[in-house]
Ligand binder design. Sequence first.
Ligand code: ARG
Length: 403
Amino acid sequence: MSDKVVLAYSGGLDTSVAIRWLKENYNMDVVAVTVDVGNERDFSSIRQKALDVGAVKALVVDAKELFVKHFILPALKADALYEGQYPLATALSRPLIAKLLVDAARTEGATAVAHGCTGKGNDQVRIDVSVNALAPDLKIIAPAREWGMTREETISYAQGYGIPVPVTVSSPFSIDENLWGRSIECGVLEDPWVEPPGEVFTWTKSPGEAPDSPSYVEIGFEQGTPVTIDGQKLDGVSLIQKLNELAGGHGVGRIDHLENRLVGIKSREVYEAPAAMVLLQAHQALQGMTLSKEQLRFKQKVAVEYADLVYNGLWFTSLHRDLAAYIQSSQRFVTGTVRLKLYKGSSSVVGRKSPSSLYSYGLATYDKGDVFDQSASVGFIHIWGLPVRTQAQVQGTGSLEEG
Ligand code: ARG
């Protein structure tokens, strides 16, 4: 009897070829596992394709709720944007896929797991490091990292074994999508000077073709979790799907990022993430109203650390647990509603309110309700400026000419 390997199967060319290749090169029986993280696709035909190509078993796991609860919402509460631009859709899905591969390997009695990542990207790192943390005994096989075939060679390998080559392989783009966003790489995008052609976008309207009148949307949060749209309560999956459609319809959420990969390569990445960008923006606006200045300053630093950690595949670490606990704790009063205006590719916060708001009209107003004691500012400024005066007297202030 052959050993079993559980393969993360997307239904695309590479992982289909991998089913055959694992049989030929490792003499292993392949159990295909396809994880649904919100990439709307025809999962029953993907499953059938795995079997047709030679998998001994093919499973589809609906992981949308797990993905939202344990990955997307914590990343939203963290304000996680890698290098200030990328909301980490692909990166967040990898530790979950790794966990589900390990679970399947256990139930199927497999000795190895496999995935279709190449040896140049971040995804191999995220999956391998996660699998190793969860199940150090499992062998990891990455066929596309080992086989050394070019795209053309992979296609003729497929043809040689009667593996259907999808028409989409004529598309030069490599695409990964889930609820939190769509990642697009390769083809003409590899020239960072070339504007992404319209055809790469499928979730977002071109801003020029977006409606001529804006949409307003109100997002309600409870302790950092978005729970309503325009007052209507929605579960996390539906809320994100709805916002992807709404904001995408206004051309919101396109990102063009020259990104630093963990493996040292600079790479041009294009993303569509309408719901993610709008939710991150709304969440930050609500935090601006409900957290102190010091909390906001500190949380920004945590956000950078958190995004790097997720990007770099370090999900299953103690540092992650510690940061996640801080982030969760910081959300106690992040409850309220944010109103946004979506218009021709842009999303702007135009209103916010919260029962725990730290904004005080009486302190802020210049009108007659003013309760701020302006005379107290004199003493405050005297003390605040003390070290400035002291240093200026002893060491000077530098002149504008000195530069
Ligand atoms: N650059 C992004 C990341 O590292 C997206 C990767 C997309 N992956 C893919 N297989 N197309 O997370």
